[in-house]
Design a protein around this ligand. Sequence first.
Ligand code: PLP
Length: 357
Amino acid sequence: MINFTVGPVMSSDAVRAIGAEQVPYFRTAEFSAVMIENEKYLLEYAKAPRGSRAVFMTCSSTGSMEAVVMNCFSREDKVLVINGGSFGHRFVELCDIHEIPCVVIELEHGKKLTKEKLYEYDNKAFTGLLVNVDETSTAVLYDTMMLGEFCKKNNMFYVCDCVSSFLADPYNMAACGADVMITGSQKVLACPPGISIIVLAPKALERVQNSKIRTMYFDLNNALKNQERGQTPFTPAVGILLQINERLKEIEHNGGADAEVARVAAQAADFREKISGLPFEFVSESPANGVTAVHPTTANAYDIFLTLKDEYGIWICPNGGDMKDTIFRVGHMGALTHEDNTTLINALKDMQKRGLL
Ligand SMILES: *Cc1c(COP(=O)(O)O)cnc(C)c1O
């Protein structure tokens, strides 16, 4: 099986080997040391500003998106949400559920957010901005520096969902002025799903501290207090946290965050070059590195996904909702090689020969 989905993705052998071991007890100095090290790596790779902290949540990244909305905003806020697909829509739903006043910038699937469009919302008393840096459903990458400048000018609290863009696209939390960055274990971190991570810059730590929300599991103050000693309030996904530690060291060994971004970018470029000549169009105006969204012009996208899975042992990523029949995605994250790209392209060419494309 070759997995080109957008998560879970293929893990390295070293990460997989940890998954085969017994899971240790975690209220120990040894596990605390791993957690402190994980936090150090996360802050370094996110290029977080001085005084930032990171917490590891045992939940999928949507849980961390929800925790951030709950802990960092209140009914007194007025939040701007960029909605270019399924993940943008998720932030809108979260604001609605938690009664955070919000205004939504709706973008057509695949379209980038221009400066012109963004500045229609300038000087409108917004207090925060929520963005999925790579809108993974359509592979659109937003400009984090442009958004940061806008937030600074308008004194807005700036939340970046980098779940699929962290370590795939260039990102500098300090330089773009983001207050929060969210990511998860099953995208470029290439570990099993189950852990998501929230990086909080000093302004975010202050917001969390002053928050009056009522929640037990999503109380970020409690998570932060525990992480000071390398612990979590409740039993975390211990095994995955050990795998994340291995993976973070692997990235360091391979040259660090920038080298991983370059590796994912090269994997994406190789695929996009090889796919030309097939009856496909690219969906995204501003493509992210982690994934390519493809519109097949002669066949049904979901049928292509099924045929590749059932007849070739290759997993690409189907889209959901109204994009199901028109768009599929090919991921470039995790332990994939250029040779794997060739295997996928050969399968697609074979399908074309069989009259399936
Ligand atoms: C994958 C992803 C998420 C989180 O999805 P979960 O299923 O909750 O892990 C959130 N945002 C983006 C941009 C993603 O790509």
